[in-house]
Design a protein around this ligand. Sequence first.
Ligand SMILES: Cc1ncc(COP(=O)(O)O)c(C=O)c1O
Length: 385
Amino acid sequence: MSDRHHTRRVATLAIHGSAHDRTPGSPVVPPIAQSATFHWGSPDDGELRYSRYGNNPNQIQVSEKAAALEGAEAAIALASGMAATAMALLALTEAGDHVVASSRLYGATQTLLRDELPRRGVQTTFVDPEAGGWDAALRDETRVVWIEIPTNPTLRVLDPRPIVALAHDRGIRVACDATFGSPVNFRAADLGIDVVVQSATKYLGGHSDLIAGVVAGTREIIDEVVRLSRLYGPALDPHAAWLLDRGLRTLDVRVKRHNQNAMAVAEWFEGRPEVARVSYPGLASHPDHVLASELMSGYGGMVSVVLTGGGDAADRFVSGLRLALAAPSLGGVETLVSQPRYTSHVGLSAAEREAQGIPDGFVRLSIGIEDADDLIADFEQALAR
Ligand SMILES: Cc1ncc(COP(=O)(O)O)c(C=O)c1O
């Protein structure tokens, strides 16, 4: 593991990372301000408060905490991970601008860049991080390089440091979707990344019971995200903000348990004859194991396996599970499994998926915080089918 041990700090910030009322009699748990608007009589009453503006007390509180967790100057919590992604991209670009993006991104982010942003006059060049070529893709009009670490679903860890150096040399910003690691395992801002995006639906919330997202960065960038969000309207509902804060308080213990369980499960799968390949950055067999050990404080809760029996074997395995649930999404306390060919990568042909390291038979596991032996017993009985 790296020397960048910030976990103690993160554990504390996840609980105390936002301002708290300490007057006697004040509640230990901040109440939900389930109010669209707030009493305001004249300009002497300060800024207008309105929950679409992102300045509801719960929105402010969870945004402050998110900034603290990322080690960023500022952050804003929004209504989904895609709201965070879209608002960040809109804030960083305007018509005529160019984006360079990793070709290994969450599906909706790829679609946004490929099909939607051109309608706003913003073009994207995709770079395969395994092949490289970031330098050649940059243009005079490039404003942002967009990457994801670790990647979904092959769990590759790319080194952002040379990309950051290259981009900053030309005044270009680097944004990273760091959802899979969470700030417990991976703090992108510490590596010079300018904008960090999280789908807070996943590890930050942690209980599969809310949809939210976070953009973190400099005050200047976040002010622009806030300005646009007030116009486009993807505010986080106060109740979801409260739930997100509740989830955050246990972030550190949850993620450490996800890390432990995923390692145990990955090691177990690696010894199984029914399994052709296991992808987990914590395994020495993973192509980015050394880099992941340097950049991350933990290897995360996501494990991918490829079954030797292909798609049919994967279907049988998933339908045979008794504890783990077949469902998209990840990062919750319960173990979820999905096959990217039916979910995130349904839009690609089998050959295209194969080229991205996702052959039929590929199963993505979001390992929860149950007892690892119980999970392994469930996987064992499902593999036997
Ligand atoms: C890596 C990654 N980024 C972004 C998103 C989008 O987040 P949301 O579903 O909260 O909009 C997801 C959702 O699965 C994701 O896995």
